[in-house]
Ligand binder design. Structure first.
Ligand code: ADP
Length: 573
């Protein structure tokens, strides 16, 4: 039988070399774990839970621009090493994913057309340890937030119950992003965020195990020191099978240069194990909503948030959500307007009134025993009361039988998985979205200027502004969701052009993105250009030294290995 021909080959790789590579890895992984992406018929967009590995379901450019030549499903770390070594031998680029649900940023699709996508999550999805005393977990790539949550529940470490007495028995909570189906590892490596006290996922990880571009295995932090259990004369396993150092998940830094950053948003290694710290159950919880009536109140709200957040009176990562984000969860666009043009101020006010929301809506939570929560709430409520017309809600103030975003935030802000945030993607028919995510100072004027800029440009391009400010400690991730009709090439082109102009205009203001879709990695890397772009040059020196054949995720975050730089691929889609 003729071998399947891939729809896209990696640059510079002939069909026969590609075939040899596929045969080599199929010999080890099993042919059912190596799937060649053969034709456009192989490109169904699937759904959030049935995400494609061949391409980006939310393709903002042509569907086959970021397309895999094949998808390989390693079964364990040995397989990953084998694939990496074969990739070096045959010069085939790889693109690792944990689950590929990196929605709005490219999903599982590779930056370089024709790369072989490694679907690590398919088989490598064990929770290796949950340690109650040290409050951490050690996970493989495919462990989802939902799976980790279920593990905690099944092992009696936390309850789903809202009964405060039941909650008092909880031992461990975890943090999660808006959607519970992503992997703990993929989200953390891409520096995604959640909304509890442990919302900064990268800050909360501790210790990695990495397959390096030459196939060797390294453990970071305290993991670099072997456990006495593994050095005893009774131990004969492979490095990746060794029990980790007892402090691997307790102290992230170890000794010497702190290497972990090299493996986040990067292409220097394939992470095969990651430690994630968990939150000791707080002993009490109360979510809340503060509605903020006018668009321009954003500036005052942010000025109020800053001292409260810096002093940790606001304990968690709260969000300031624009009304259309909530409207998108509670209905489709056509439920609010039949006018196709961007919704104007009067339209926004009408929607806010209908939903009993403000133009901005601040969702937060209080953690700890009642007296702690009461003290924090008094401070927060007093401060926000300075905004004329601000209103304050606990979930118990709302009818339980009517949908409200606070009911969902009540779950997410205590680490309970949810899928509600998928709904706003259907704001428009055939909805897809792309995230534009600049960092903003925690400063009212800056936030307002960023909002006005994004909103104005979105309106000019024919899109509604949908956005959220996710409040870190000293900054905010301003997540602007551009929802577009993926079946309309004209709309995709407009969304693409809007992204490009927003990136440049924001950079002119000193605002850079914290994360991005594949299509904009080069442009954004180009805006981080202090001192003649030394950061990218530095990254590429490391890349060439550690990955001389350029096999790992070429082009990721705008970092290109020498062989593809020489082909002039930077900036090419
Ligand atoms: P999610 O868990 O949200 O589905 P993805 O698997 O899509 O996350 O990964 C998010 C990003 O992190 C992608 O750019 C991907 O290439 C990178 N990534 C994911 N897992 C790994 C890994 N184990 N090693 C290296 N990079 C990874």
């Amino acid at each position: 039988m003729a071998s399947p021909r891939p729809l896209a080959l990696p640059p510079g790789v002939t069909e026969s070399v590609f075939q040899k590579f596929i045969d080599r890895i199929a010999d080890t992984l099993g042919s059912n774990n190596v799937i060649v992406v053969e034709s456009v018929h192989d490109l169904p967009d699937g759904s959030y839970l049935e995400q494609p590995y061949s391409h980006d379901a939310f393709h903002i450019v042509d569907k086959d621009a970021f397309i895999a030549s094949a998808v390989a499903n390693p079964r364990h770390v040995d397989d990953v090493q084998h694939v990496v070594r074969a990739a070096n031998e045959f010069g085939v680029p790889l693109w690792p994913t944990s689950l590929g649900r990196n929605m709005g940023y490219g999903g599982a699709a590779p930056r370089l057309r024709g790369s072989v996508v490694l679907n690590l999550g398919k088989h490598m999805n064990r929770i290796l340890e949950v340690n109650v005393e040290g409050a951490y977990a050690l996970v493989e790539p495919g462990v989802t937030f939902e799976q980790l949550h279920k593990h905690l529940v099944d092992n009696g470490l936390r309850t789903e119950s809202d009964d405060p007495e039941e909650k008092k028995k909880d031992k461990l909570w975890m943090d999660l992003p808006d959607l519970g189906g992503g992997s703990v590892m993929g989200n953390t490596l891409d520096r995604g965020v959640g909304y509890t006290i442990y919302g900064d996922h990268w800050m909360c990880h501790s210790g990695l195990e990495v397959v390096l571009p030459n196939g060797e295995i390294m453990r970071t932090g305290m993991g670099a020191m072997p456990s006495p259990k593994a050095t005893s004369r009774f131990w004969h396993g492979k490095p990746h099978e060794q029990p980790g150092n007892e402090c691997w998940q307790l102290f992230p830094y170890g000794f010497g240069p702190y290497n972990d950053g090299l493996f986040s948003q990067s292409n220097l290694g394939i992470v095969t194990k990651m430690g994630m710290t968990l939150m000791p159950a707080p002993g009490g919880y109360q979510s809340y909503l503060i509605t903020i009536p006018r668009g321009e109140d954003l500036a005052q709200a942010v000025e109020i948030i800053r001292p409260l957040r810096l002093q940790m009176i606001i304990q968690n990562v709260p969000t300031l959500r624009h009304v259309l984000m909530d409207a998108g969860i509670l209905g489709k666009r056509s439920d609010y307007t039949l006018d196709d043009g961007p919704i104007d101020d009067a339209g926004l006010e009408a929607i806010a009134k209908k939903l009993n929301l403000g133009i901005w809506n601040f969702y937060g939570a209080l953690y700890g025993p009642e007296f702690v929560r009461d003290a924090h709430w008094t401070a927060i409520k007093t401060a926000f009361s300075a905004i004329p017309g601000a209103k304050f809600f606990f979930p118990s103030d709302l009818p339980a039988d009517q949908p409200h975003v606070l009911h969902n935030r009540h779950r997410v802000l205590q680490g309970l998985p949810s899928f509600e945030e998928l709904k706003w993607i259907d704001w428009r028919p055939n909805g897809a979205h792309i995230g534009f995510s600049p960092v903003s100072r925690l400063n009212g004027d800056d936030a307002l200027r960023q909002y006005e800029l994004a909103r104005t440009r979105a309106k000019e391009a024919g899109f509604d502004y949908m956005g959220t400010f996710t409040v870190g400690m000293r900054e905010m991730h301003h997540i602007v969701e551009i929802v577009f009709d993926r079946r309309s090439a004209a709309t995709r082109q407009k969304a693409h052009a809007l992204m490009r102009s927003l990136i440049d205009e924001c950079a002119a203001n000193g605002w850079g993105e914290y994360r991005t879709h594949l299509a904009f990695m080069d442009q954004i890397a180009g805006t981080y250009n202090f001192n003649g772009g030394i950061q990218t040059r530095f990254n590429e020196v490391l890349k060439d030294a550690l990955d001389p054949n350029g096999v790992l995720a070429p082009g990721k975050s705008g970092v290109w290995p020498k062989r593809y730089r020489e082909l002039g691929l930077r900036g090419k889609l």
